[in-house]
Ligand binder design. Structure first.
Ligand SMILES: CC(C)=CCC/C(C)=C/CC/C(C)=C/CC/C(C)=C/COP(=O)(O)OP(=O)(O)O
Ligand SMILES: O=P(O)(O)OC[C@@H](O)CO
Ligand SMILES: [Mg+2]
Length: 254
């Protein structure tokens, strides 16, 4: 059954309400990596049944609007939000329930800080897609997103910089700070970085990049992340991804 837009609670309030009970898991589906639509259906069903709280759909390279729409249609059968994880202004689709309205805070290129956002905003308004104001901070490895976004990555253990960016994002009124180690990162976000940010700021934290096993996910959740994102492990080992979801869903937000 395709969910009509009006039946979905505002995505932000859905997230905040769920988050009052537990840490959330979001499943990143990278359209560039999906080459078998039937496989996507079976993966999406498993993730939904395991209790993932939302689908994030996006990728940096090789993602066309048509492909994005195709994936959004398939994921429309599940009663959880489909949130676009945009790498550029061409990936805004009226089929989505919401979009992470990202600003790449540590980019050297104004386009990724405010340029793309100014072009994207009127389109998002016209298409009535719910924007979720999110500061995007590329840490450590950075990956493709860090390269394309021309980020001056901050070291995994530079907590003072991370806290400063977190406070800046909070004071600019952003709802989330996405700590991004980069897709496929050999090292995930350091739980200590999350603990320090939670101690000094009130912004909610999304953490992603290189989270491939249960105890890493557990450590990051217990350190105070509000939302944990996994992408590659879903494609590489769906059974492990399901165990990660199950682990995260048992952890309360302090
Ligand atoms: C607000 C709008 C519409 C656009 C914002 C544009 C910005 C600021 C983008 C941030 C920089 C960027 C390139 C983000 C990409 C985030 C993303 C979709 C990562 C998913 O992982 P991949 O980077 O595709 O990983 P692979 O290397 O595995 O493909
Ligand atoms: O694919 P992984 O390494 O899980 O990263 C998820 C997300 O943070 C990528 O932008
Ligand atoms: Mg990609």
């Amino acid at each position: 059954m395709k969910i009509k837009r009006k039946t979905i609670m505002k995505v932000a309030s859905y997230i905040h309400q769920l988050n009052s009970q537990k840490v959330l898991h979001f499943s990143l589906i990278d359209p560039d990596k999906i080459n078998d639509i039937d496989k996507l259906n079976s993966i999406a069903k498993k993730l939904y049944e395991a209790g993932t709280s939302a689908f994030l759909i996006g990728g940096t390279l090789g993602v066309s609007k048509d492909r994005l729409d195709e994936i959004l249609d398939i994921l429309g059968d599940y009663k959880i939000p489909r949130i676009i994880f945009p790498s550029n202004v061409n990936l805004i689709s009226e089929k989505a329930d919401a979009i992470l309205f990202l600003s790449l805070l540590n980019s050297d290129d104004l386009y990724y800080v405010i340029g793309a956002q100014v072009v994207a905003a009127p389109i998002i308004k016209k298409l009535q897609i719910e924007p979720i104001p999110t500061g995007y901070l590329i840490v450590g490895y950075g990956g493709t997103a860090g390269h394309i976004g021309r980020a001056r990555v901050i070291p995994f253990d530079n907590y003072d910089l991370a806290i400063s960016y977190a406070l800046a994002a909070e004071y600019m009124g952003m709802q989330f700070l996405y700590l991004e180690a980069g897709s496929g990162s050999p090292e995930p976000i350091n739980p200590e970085m999350i603990r320090r940010i939670k101690k000094y700021s009130n912004i909610k934290i999304i953490a992603g990049g290189g989270i491939r096993n249960i105890n890493t996910a557990e450590e990051i959740a217990k350190a105070g992340a509000n939302i944990i994102v996994t992408g590659n492990i879903i494609e590489d080992d769906i059974g492990k991804a399901i165990k990660i979801i199950d682990t995260i869903n048992k952890i309360r937000v302090d």
